[in-house]
Design a protein around this ligand. Structure first.
Ligand code: CTP
Ligand code: CA
Length: 230
């Protein structure tokens, strides 16, 4: 296409992507999680592979989670590790960190874990119960603390004050980029956020103006984000 600017190649680049939900067990048969299905991470990975990058992919798994489908011939450039908890995600991601040029954190990490999961199955009772939860590992924070020149792109889904909350996170977490998108309040439908094939929001940059990226397929959004960050 002679009219379009050449698409930046990612050949020779290595990127770490965290994706999907994490879970925290309650007992032998129950757990807590969130609505993430890993689709935005899969789209970012597929586009990176299409452009020639090597992708180290750490996926929190749960029912219905999607895995990246590498374009033809790119399968060997994808290394995928499956985890469940935030702690497992941090461990796997930290192992990959020294090998990569940049980090994309699409994972919806549980901010709390159950303090003392029961090893057996809890039995039903008629009394109210309460569950002690404690803060879990900050995966992105752990990666930033050990970074050695890598760039970082975070993601944030917000119900309120999307850009302002996003800008605050970008600065607090000292990221290079943060994609902030609205997510529906409980019970509402939405074209952005969890478990849908579309997304749209604002790409915030540490060194530059915000870029509005209107609702489109997650595949097309991944192309636009890579065009900007590449
Ligand atoms: N993140 C992470 N580990 C956590 C929490 C978040 O790696 N325990 C990463 C996410 O993958 C995302 C970014 O941090 O790229 C922002 O996540 P978000 O949940 O929006 O940030 P929080 O600081 O946890 O803020 P909130 O209170 O809104 O949940
Ligand atoms: Ca969070």
């Amino acid at each position: 296409n002679a009219a379009a600017a050449p698409e930046p190649s990612l050949a020779g680049k290595r990127v770490l992507i965290t994706a999907g939900p994490t879970t925290t067990p309650i007992d032998a048969v129950r757990y807590i999680t969130n609505h993430s299905t890993g689709r935005m991470g899969a789209a970012m990975a597929e586009e990176a592979l299409r452009r020639g990058a090597e992708v180290r992919y750490v996926l929190g798994i749960d029912k219905g989670v999607v895995r990246p489908a590498p374009p033809r011939g790119a399968g060997e450039r994808l290394s995928l590790v499956e985890v469940r908890t935030a702690e497992e995600m941090a461990e796997a991601a930290l192992r990959f960190l020294p090998e990569v040029d940049g980090v994309i954190a699409t994972a919806a990490v549980m901010d709390y874990r159950v303090a003392s999961p029961a090893s057996g199955k809890l039995k039903r009772a008629s009394e109210p119960v309460s569950l002690d939860m404690v803060p879990s590992t900050d995966v992105l924070g752990a990666l930033k603390a050990r970074a050695n020149g890598q760039w970082f792109l975070g993601f944030a889904a917000e119900t309120d004050d999307v850009e302002a909350n996003g800008r605050g996170k970008l600065e607090r977490k000292e990221l290079d980029f943060l994609f902030a998108n609205p997510v529906a309040r409980a019970g509402e439908a939405s074209q952005t956020g969890f478990a849908v094939s579309t997304n749209g929001g604002t790409l915030l940059r540490r060194d530059g103006d915000d870029i509005a990226l209107p609702v489109t397929s997650k595949a097309e959004l991944a192309r636009r984000i890579w065009d900007i960050i590449a």
